[in-house]
Design a protein around this ligand. Structure first.
Ligand SMILES: N[C@H](CCC[C@H](N)C(=O)O)C(=O)O
Length: 282
């Protein structure tokens, strides 16, 4: 079966976007993993499907799968690309705010221009039971045992689970080991995206993320939201923060508990193509 797709990226976090507004898409894990392969497939961090709305108040629903085939509840860079894709398809006028349903709930997107998107990401969730993260109650800091070593983290959900390590200078060797270890830590029973954030000032962060289901990525939108939210919750950053990731910068705005968090950043088109089922013999 041939599947048409659009290749996109948000600050270097790359995606395949598939039009399933007719609701007909049915992909199994094996096909997603084959498409994700950067040698024998298309290559992507996540696959995003644009589907008919599943509730009365959203314009569309979008599905999210990591390159390893695992599902996710939210994708910050991805939903900006879905918004730009809808705009290019004539389904989202510039400046109009539209609700898009995701597996973890609705977000609201607005095209500032053809390549910059601002997203109401909802309120960061610190309740361990909703992250999910194994802890008796909410605190600003948790200490995990990683291979016998104590590691201090913040834990938060943006519709997907995040472990945030705040370090002044994370050695790349330590980070290379800690990223996968935190992603697979048993206290995150559904896994976690592991962010390593350096505070350059109260308005400026540098972030590296080892993503659940995708590994180290050029950028992680929910990771940028999570890192800012953890530091804001500790009172260590202002309500408007620039987050620099290897692939680009995102702008996060959150005044605090009870308020919604906004993320603004780019969305870029790369190419369009057709996935040919590798089993086809023609
Ligand atoms: N790996 C994530 C999903 C993609 C998140 C990231 N690409 C973003 O921009 O937020 C997870 O399994 O929760």
């Amino acid at each position: 079966m041939a599947i048409r797709f659009t290749k996109m990226h948000g600050s270097g976090n790359d995606f395949v976007v598939i039009d399933s507004r007719d609701g007909a898409l049915a992909l199994d894990v094996a096909v997603i993993r084959a498409m994700a392969d950067r040698h024998t497939g298309i290559g992507f961090d996540q696959l995003l499907s644009v589907e008919p709305a599943r509730d009365g108040s959203s314009a569309f629903y979008y599905g999210i799968w990591n390159g390893d085939g695992s599902p996710s509840g939210q994708c910050g860079n991805g939903v900006r690309c879905v918004a730009a894709w809808l705009h290019r398809a004539g389904a989202l006028p510039l400046g109009e705010t539209v609700r898009i349903q995701s597996p973890s709930g609705p977000v609201a997107v607005r095209m500032l221009d053809a390549h910059q998107v601002t997203v109401d990401m909802g309120e960061p969730i610190f309740d361990p039971a909703r992250i999910p993260f194994d802890a008796p109650h909410v605190t600003n800091r948790y200490v995990l045992d990683v291979d016998g070593q104590p590691v201090e983290i913040g834990a938060v959900s943006m519709g997907n689970p995040h472990a945030v390590v705040v370090e002044d200078a994370v050695s790349s060797k330590a980070m290379a080991r800690l990223g996968p270890a935190l992603t697979a830590h048993p206290r995150f029973r559904e896994g976690a995206n592991a962010g390593f954030v350096q505070k350059l000032s109260r308005q400026h962060l540098r972030l590296f993320v080892h993503e659940r289901g995708a590994g180290w990525t050029q950028a992680c939108g929910t990771g940028a939201c999570a890192a800012m939210a953890v530091l804001r919750h500790r009172g260590e950053v202002d309500e408007r923060v620039q987050v620099d990731l290897p692939g680009g910068s995102l702008h996060i705005e959150w005044s605090g508990p009870g308020q919604t968090l906004w993320m603004t950043g780019p969305a870029a088109f790369v190419f369009e193509g057709e996935w040919l089922d590798p089993q086809r013999d023609d």
